[in-house]
Design a protein around this ligand. Structure first.
Ligand code: PGA
Length: 231
């Protein structure tokens, strides 16, 4: 693996003032710690933080490069869908959107069909996708509609999310190997309790192209610890 991808998933944490403080703290600390990481870090923040973060990124300097991602997208557009955010509303703010996170699949009944609609619509509007899966059936569903899928797949075993226990890295590697047999063009990341002290072993695995970080991305020092260990 030559270019490890790092995704931060803030989930529904951080109001705009907290997002601003996080970013300022992170930039200062990364300079003090002299952290240089040449790859883009994908920051998936709540919609409400995106305009502010977009402005902050323009003035950021130092050894880190960020691009923004949304955490979800509407499966339809130009419909009266109260509360939804459609891709054309944010494609000037984000490069990526996550789709199909297991918290949405489990708690909000998001189906494979909806996930595929979201991928298609995001792609149509020029937004790259980080499609989250926890089973090979979910991967097969993506492949049934997008056999040439070349974006990011995020493999997150449900038991590892927010539990403090990562999946055994070599087992995750084997699973991701299977994912790549189904979607050979995709880059596949691992997510689930990634921290500074386990990230090295995870990214050293042959088939794992990077990591997604939930809880440990919320505090600048713990997120920098991960970046430092990947860099
Ligand atoms: P976690 O979350 O790092 O807190 O386990 C990962 C995710 O759900 O993306």
């Amino acid at each position: 693996m030559n270019k490890p991808v790092i995704v931060a998933n803030w989930k529904s944490f951080k109001a705009p003032d907290e997002a601003k403080s996080w970013f300022e703290e992170l930039i200062v600390a990364s300079k003090i710690m002299d952290i240089n990481f040449k790859e883009e870090i994908i920051l998936c923040a709540p919609y409400i933080d995106l305009p502010l973060l977009n402005e902050s990124l323009k003035f950021a300097n130092g050894g880190l490069k960020f691009v923004l991602g949304a955490q979800n997208i509407s499966p339809d557009e130009k419909k009266p869908l109260t509360g939804e955010i459609t891709p054309d509303m944010i494609n000037n703010l984000v490069v990526f959107t996550m789709v199909g996170h297991s918290e949405r699949r489990q708690n909000l009944g998001e189906t494979d069909e909806m996930v595929n609609k979201k991928i298609g619509l995001a792609q149509f509007h020029g937004i790259r996708t980080i499609t989250c899966v926890s089973s090979l059936d979910q991967v097969k569903s993506i492949a049934s509609q997008f056999p040439e899928y070349v974006d990011l797949i995020l493999y997150e075993p449900i038991s590892a999310i927010g539990s403090g226990k990562t999946e055994n890295p070599s087992e995750a590697n084997e699973f991701i190997k299977e994912i790549k047999k189904i979607l050979p063009g995709a880059k596949v990341l691992y997510g689930g309790s990634v921290k500074g002290d386990n990230v090295k072993e995870i990214i050293q695995q042959e088939f794992i192209d990077g990591v997604a970080v939930g809880g440990a991305s919320l505090v600048p020092s713990s997120f920098l610890d991960i970046i430092k260990n990947v860099a």
